[in-house]
Design a protein around this ligand. Structure first.
Ligand SMILES: [Zn+2]
Length: 158
């Protein structure tokens, strides 16, 4: 015997077109970005820790046109290492990140985002940043730089 299906609840204020069930996700659906993130952790002989991947809306404090919304970004940490250690390792070994189109961001303890982390993203095709050299940025390392993004390194032409 078929059970009666539960009545759907009233639509909330966010009701609208159905979003893909995969979003939001902790891990990016972009295999290239995931491979870069995993490669960074592997180069430190450690395990990647994923905190945020694909998003269906901007994160609190996050960019309105974030690479996360294009499913091309990964946030997280490397187990057993501080984000500062990971970022220093990346600046010393920039070839761990493709030379073009990527942004590596160290969101520090005073970040405007939800908490300190390492962000790896690549710009979508057609985006002005897509064909440009990859950039390494910091934000929120100090109370004074909360919400202020500073480029600290630009990849050499690949
Ligand atoms: Zn991010």
């Amino acid at each position: 015997m078929a059970r009666p299906r539960p009545e759907p609840g009233p639509p909330g204020p966010q009701a609208g077109p159905r979003r893909p069930a995969a979003r939001p996700s902790r891990v990016t659906s972009d295999p290239e970005v995931k491979a870069v993130f995993d490669g960074i952790a592997a180069s430190m002989h450690a395990t990647p820790v994923y905190t945020s991947g694909d998003r269906d809306r901007p994160a609190p404090g996050g960019a309105r046109r974030s690479d996360h919304l294009a499913a091309r970004a990964q946030d997280g940490h490397v187990q057993g290492h501080s984000d500062a250690q990971v970022f220093a390792h990346l600046k010393a070994n920039p070839a761990l990140v493709p030379a073009r189109g990527y942004q590596v961001i160290h969101h520090g303890p005073h970040t405007i985002t939800q908490g300190g982390h390492i962000h790896i993203g690549r710009a979508p095709d057609g985006h002005p940043r897509h064909s440009g050299p990859s950039q390494f940025l910091v934000e929120g390392l100090t109370p004074q730089t909360r919400g202020i993004y500073t480029v600290v390194k630009v990849a050499k032409r690949g």
